[in-house]
Design a protein around this ligand. Structure first.
Ligand code: SF4
Length: 390
């Protein structure tokens, strides 16, 4: 893929914020909660909504790894926020354990099923594994439902359902090692140790897929073929409750509290929340319940002024252009070439080049060479067809 020349190269941090190690953004600290089992009990969800109002700016994001992040927290307020989150059981013992416990599970699990069983064992094992220092973005996916649903979601070590049972699969490999629900967590840890011992993280950075692509040979036993089709998540009814999408992955504290009033909430990696046990959701402003809503075709990052690296505002433009997208066409609006909201190619991409100016890219990533360079947001709003007819 062609990369656009740039003299405004975005900064790559190589780690993700946590609760104990928050990241500074344009609107204050981003404090990311890794909820155990990707679930907030009703009281926890209600309390987090209140903490967002009390210590943050009343806005929360659901990340692409199914974490919930409070925005706009001041450094002075951070210790008190952590104390409150700790009392809710939402903080790890220390920052290293928090970084290691980067495990995502498919959100449709039931009590005692394979996903639930493995996730509990792996979370415990990762919390205790103080000898395991993984790169900041290195993550695990537990995808042991009837069919895999997380194969498009970023992860380095996957435990997933294949045709003849569970497999442990290194990201990027076509085959995995057969495991059981009882052995999967331990095998996953051993594969993580292999990744480090075989040179997967020089200077503390690295991902499994790149390591395999560079020629690393997996340990023996990774011979069972993976199964599964790309999963398209949509708002609507599921076996465990109603799923609602958030406009561009963000929710207000008031809307979170309204959802929490209905019951526990599960976090998903699709910028959607799952209201556990509900059959129908009342209209809550900010929640998208219609699977045909064009905003679901749009990925958009935080943009200015809330991201320090953003060159332009992104969300207002994305909101205005969404309604002009042809059905099925994906649009990514990015505040800089880093492309946080959608690292993969999209049908159409707008990458900010300066205040209210964007490159139009077709079928590429936010860093790709533009099809039309440096068009103003005003021109796009005045003639949205420029985007699709470019
Ligand atoms: S892509 Fe968006 S969120 Fe990511 S660094 Fe750039 S402006 Fe910030």
């Amino acid at each position: 893929m062609n990369q656009a020349p740039s003299n405004t190269a975005p900064k790559v941090y190589g780690w993700c914020p946590g609760a104990l190690r928050p990241m500074m953004s344009g609107d204050g600290l981003v404090v990311r909660i890794r909820a155990p089992l990707g679930r907030l009990g009703q009281d926890q969800a209600m309390a987090v909504a209140g903490l967002s109002e009390k210590f943050g700016n009343g806005l929360l994001d659901v990340s692409a790894r199914a974490n919930l992040q409070l925005r706009g927290v001041t450094e002075a307020a951070h210790p008190d926020l952590i104390a409150e989150l700790r009392s809710l059981g939402l903080v790890d013992p220390d920052a290293a354990a928090e970084t290691r416990r980067n495990a995502l599970l498919q959100p449709f699990w039931s009590d005692g099923d394979d996903t639930h069983h493995i996730a509990q064992a792996l979370s415990l094992a990762l919390t205790k594994a103080s000898d395991l220092t993984l790169p900041g973005k290195f993550g695990f996916a537990i995808d042991a439902g009837a069919t895999p649903v997380l194969q498009d979601i970023s992860a380095d070590i996957r435990i997933e359902r294949a045709q003849h049972g569970l497999i442990l699969r290194a990201d990027g490999a076509a085959c995995g090692k057969p495991v059981t629900a009882d052995t999967a967590a331990q095998e996953a840890l051993e594969l993580a140790h292999w990744f480090l011992a075989s040179g997967g993280a020089p200077a503390g950075r690295g991902r499994m897929k790149a390591h395999l692509a560079s020629g690393a040979d997996l340990p023996q036993g990774h011979t069972a073929e993976a199964d599964g089709q790309p999963h398209k998540a949509r708002p609507g009814r599921t076996a465990v409750g109603q799923m609602a999408a958030l406009e561009f992955g963000q929710i207000t504290a008031a809307d979170l509290a309204a959802l929490a009033a209905l019951g526990p909430i599960r976090l998903t990696p699709w910028r959607m929340l799952l209201a556990e046990g509900t059959q129908a959701l009342p209209p809550v402003p900010g929640l998208i319940l219609d699977a045909t809503d064009p905003r679901l075709q749009v990925s958009v990052c935080t943009g200015a002024p809330r991201c320090l690296q953003a060159l332009a505002q992104t969300r207002p433009l994305a909101r205005d252009l969404a309604q002009h997208l042809p059905a099925g066409t994906t649009l990514h609006v990015s505040g800089c070439a880093k492309g946080c909201a959608h690292p993969a190619p999209a049908d159409l991409v707008l990458t900010a080049t300066a205040k209210d100016r964007f490159n139009i890219i077709r079928d590429g990533t936010a860093a790709a060479r533009p099809h039309i360079p440096d068009i103003t947001a005003a021109a796009l709003r005045a003639a949205p067809k420029t985007l699709t007819e470019a």
